[in-house]
Design a protein around this ligand. Structure first.
Ligand code: GLY
Ligand code: MN
Ligand code: MN
Length: 429
């Protein structure tokens, strides 16, 4: 029997797309996954990720040059690529109950499977065919609805969270054993059962000062039995749905660990506040207030919370946004959209990197990821540009070798009690 969650998921998607067809007066929509792309002047391809709008329809990972045809009142059609190719593994259509809900057409590149589509057919996804054009406004209409996840999608993200959490526990052990960034990353991949190319985003593994580089992309091979801090931001996927988890681990119970403990409490409180009706900008502002309180409490800045906010001091230590929508894309689509028409609510100067400006709705899945970093460039900027900043520069100097802290959980927004997928995953290992 078709699993109930997938069946329900398909029916939600069908309704969304039928509504779109009615709204735009179109008779069919074709979705594409995209084509493989090659490194410049090379015969190797970049890792392939199917377009998320197409991937969303099926309970297994889709490859390149795969198409879906949607028509109101008809079973959807999956156009599956057939290749005469002895260089690569064959790609049989996955077996399973899902097939009952689909018409499946096997097609070679030269087959004209699109020849009999209605004249009012719209294209969604990369590489449109010359005969089918994208339709103005359709992408925004569909993207807006992706923020609210179906139970099938949330279940996939629960599983992605479990795999990610297993990886983080292994990474912590590798750090405490004095391993290098590369070996910590390998320990993460091993425990979360994936290759680096399968990660939902390139894992960030920074020891010591590297923890202050927000998207640190190297994996140093030197090991150190005395490394002070590990910041690891790495996730896993299930059916293409991502977890996006950050943990900061320390070796010593010292004053940096005290900062970490305060951050951890603050982060959990923010996660618990992620309920329907809240404007995410307001939660970001709460985080800035929390950072200002922490800076004052730990005697890093002598100014009051209000004074710090007026001078934008928290943004020196927490320069990124509090979080984003999460789904098939780690930074999921539609975070700045306020309606299906595609009207944008862009971040302002106070939080220029905020990826989510929407009002939270039940079953949106979001990240909450406050950080506190000692970034030399921003400390210099503060010294140069903010008079009477009130910060204790010798204390900041003392913390710089630790790099920084980020704690990131994935949360399902609820009307009353949010579901913290990440904490639940760590608790259930
Ligand atoms: N891993 C990227 C992010 O946390 O947004
Ligand atoms: Mn994130
Ligand atoms: Mn992350």
């Amino acid at each position: 029997m078709l699993t109930a969650l997938y069946q329900e998921h398909l029916s939600v998607l069908t309704t969304r797309y039928n509504n779109a067809m009615t709204h735009f007066g179109i008779d069919a929509i074709v979705l594409s996954t995209g084509e493989k792309s090659y490194y410049f002047q090379d015969d190797h391809t970049h890792p392939f990720h199917a377009y998320s709008g197409t991937q969303q329809w099926l309970p297994f990972l889709l490859g390149a040059e795969t198409y879906l045809i949607l028509r109101a009142g008809q079973k959807p059609t999956l156009v599956w690529p057939v290749r005469d190719d002895f260089w690569h593994a064959s790609n049989p259509v996955p077996s399973g109950d899902w097939q009952k809900a689909w018409n499946i057409t096997l097609a070679k590149k030269s087959d004209k499977w699109f020849a009999s589509l209605p004249s009012k057919t719209a294209w969604l996804g990369p590489n449109p065919l010359a005969t089918i054009a994208p339709y103005d406004g359709l992408k925004a209409y569909i993207d807006f609805s992706k923020a609210v996840k179906t139970p099938f999608e949330i279940q996939a993200m629960r599983q992605a969270s479990m795999r990610g959490a297993r990886g983080h526990v292994a990474a912590k052990e590798a750090f405490l054993a004095g391993m290098s960034e590369l070996d910590i990353h390998l320990a993460f991949l091993q425990a979360s059962q994936q290759t680096a190319a399968q990660e939902p985003y390139p894992g960030i593994v920074g020891l010591n000062e590297h923890a202050a580089v927000l998207h640190y992309e190297h994996k140093a091979i030197e090991s150190s039995a005395t490394s002070r801090t590990l910041l690891i931001d790495a996730g896993a996927s299930e059916h293409g749905y991502a977890s996006d988890i950050t943990r900061t681990f320390v070796r010593h119970d010292d004053d940096f660990n005290a900062l970490l403990n305060t951050m951890n409490k603050m982060e959990q409180a923010l996660c618990q506040s992620a309920t329907s009706g809240l404007a995410f900008r307001d939660l970001h502002q709460e985080a800035l207030i929390g950072i200002a309180g922490l800076l004052h409490e730990h005697k890093i800045c002598s100014l009051s919370v209000e004074e710090q906010l007026a001078k934008s001091i928290p943004q020196i230590f927490f320069p990124h946004g509090l979080g984003h929508l999460l789904g098939l894309q780690v930074h999921d689509v539609g975070g700045h959209q306020i309606d299906q028409a595609g009207t944008l609510n862009l971040p302002d100067d106070k939080a220029p990197f905020l990826r989510l400006t929407r009002t939270l709705e039940e079953n949106m899945v979001i990240t909450i990821e406050p950080g506190l970093y000692f970034i030399p460039m921003l400390i210099e900027k503060m010294k140069a540009e903010i008079a009477n900043h009130g910060c204790d520069l010798s204390k900041i100097e003392h913390f710089m070798p630790y790099g920084g802290i980020r704690i990131e959980d994935n949360v399902v927004v609820k009307n009353d009690q949010p579901e913290n997928l990440t904490r639940i995953a760590f608790n259930n290992l």
